[in-house]
Ligand binder design. Sequence first.
Ligand SMILES: [Zn+2]
Length: 354
Amino acid sequence: MSSKKRNLIERLNSGPVICAEGFLFEIEKRGYMSSGEFVPMVSLEHPEALENLHRDFQHAGSDVVQAFTYNGHREKMKVIGKEELLEPLNRAALKIAKKIADNPIGKEPNLMAGNISNSNIWNDKDPKTHKEVEKMFSEMVGWAVDEGADMLIGETFYYAEEAYTALKVMKQTNLPSVITIAPMGENIMRDGFSIVDTCKELEQRGGDVVGMNCFRGPNTMMPYLKEIRKVLKCHVAALPVTYRTTEKHPTFFNLPDNNGCECHTPHKTPFPTALDPMQCNRYEIGKFAKESFDLGIKYLGVCCGANPMLIREVAEAVGLKVPASKYHEDMSTHMLFGTDKRIPKHQKDYQDKA
Ligand SMILES: [Zn+2]
């Protein structure tokens, strides 16, 4: 019997693959990153904190350990005046991801994924930026290959042509490539391509897994996923943010707090520091994952707002049992709402007054 690691496509052909994203928000919540700046210095400054988060996601059922290099690109490092740390940061993040992926809880190793994403400088009207972005992608993908990535993820693209460029660079490595787009509130890519056409083109250009991630919650991502799944033959990815976005506010950027907020954010919007009241509960996330899976979407996860509990919910919603399933909710022994015969009657009777 071969002990060869099954690659991403082999795994998708035989069942769901879970991928935890949303490192930015979760590491910020854990106190190791500045919101707004959002640069993953954590791999250099607090590697143990990043390792812990990867382990927590692994325990919750993530099959993919995605190197935390989101925003760790040359442009953002220039913005914060730390360009000299670009390569050390990338290599540190990749090494940490590799270490976790190679030390699974079960028998099968996880897949380590290199990661590139939206550059923030891509401008459809300025071809000079295209060359610059391609160079940024190439150096990051090169480091990922060097550090032993099993697959590559290009994510959160809101310009179609920037996504095509990312895919082109990833394809040069022959590693399985996941490419996901994140259209903003106008429901169209910023260079004018429709969401579905962009996904069709990404499939044509050789994307192994094509789909959507970030910016949109389940409600405003699902309608597009249905269309995408219908027209694509390749595997499809679905990784929404975990916030209750609406038709009027399709992304989390301008989502208002209509939940009785009495202490408003000092910024213009609840994004990114005061989104908590709009967080989806675990059942909403589970319902989204199940619905996606029933449509035939097999690469599943959540992006910003992700936490281990929600990753477990995604995994369990598509029929998987993961290490954290040991701690799946069990209300039967709760002190008020439990059904166990040892729960005293005077406690059960008090439920409605609690
Ligand atoms: Zn996200």
